[in-house]
Design a protein. Sequence first.
Length: 297
Amino acid sequence: MKTQIIVRGLIGVLVGALMLFVMLTFQVRQNERVVLTRFGKPVQGFFEPGLYMKWPWPIDTANRFDARLGFFDARITEALTRDRRNVIIPVYVAWRISEPLKFLQSLGNVENATNKLDGLVSSARNTVLGSYDFNQLVSTNLAEVKIPEIEHAITSMVATQALDSFGIAIEQVGIKRLTLPEQNTSAVFERMRNERAKYAAKYRAEGRQQADEIRARTDAEKIVTLADAHKYAEETRGKAEAEAAHIYAAAHEKDPSLYKFLRELDALKRITGTNTTVVLDTGTPPFDLLHPTAKGE
């Protein structure tokens, strides 16, 4: 009986000690920041993971804030570019709580933070877009598009105020897409078609110029090639004729009568052809070869 009483007493003491331990301590996790408030007033911020001491509630309260990167989409509104074009540009915001104490004092919770940031981002977006023309948002020429520059300008404009006023670090403000009010769509498409037609005409003109240059070079090369070929042909013909003359001369020296006979046959072949009728004196060379008595000779 006494043993049971002692055991129950020890259990009670352990439970009470455990409850007291829970009430007097709190844990900071790796992905969070904690601000300790005493009777609602901030006392200290805890940024490193670990176990810390505090007075039990309602004296001290551990206010926990997520230290991870958060995202939200700013509200969608129309904005005006420098050249007076209405555009609709939804943006997203990547942010994190950098100074928990300032965040708690100025905003208190994440819902209030997103509402404040939404107003800052929308105002900055409209201000920045008013410094750029529409063709710097949409263009067939990529060199004209300034989307990264616009995102950087919006981020820079919002980041300083968000950090100084709310303890929020703005990591990035990005453009999700670009849309147009319905009444502007047809005008934009027409402008894009005109731009494409202008570039097409430019490329055609450049193509024609290149074609003319290639054609001129080809014609010049053709003239040079033909001249070289003609020169080579004349030189070859001259060499061949000289060699033929040399052969004729050698043949004439060896057998003048045979040389004369072969030359007359060549002349006869050139003069007469298929179905050729010639009325001449057969006594005249080379037609004397056609005379029956020529065989006997």
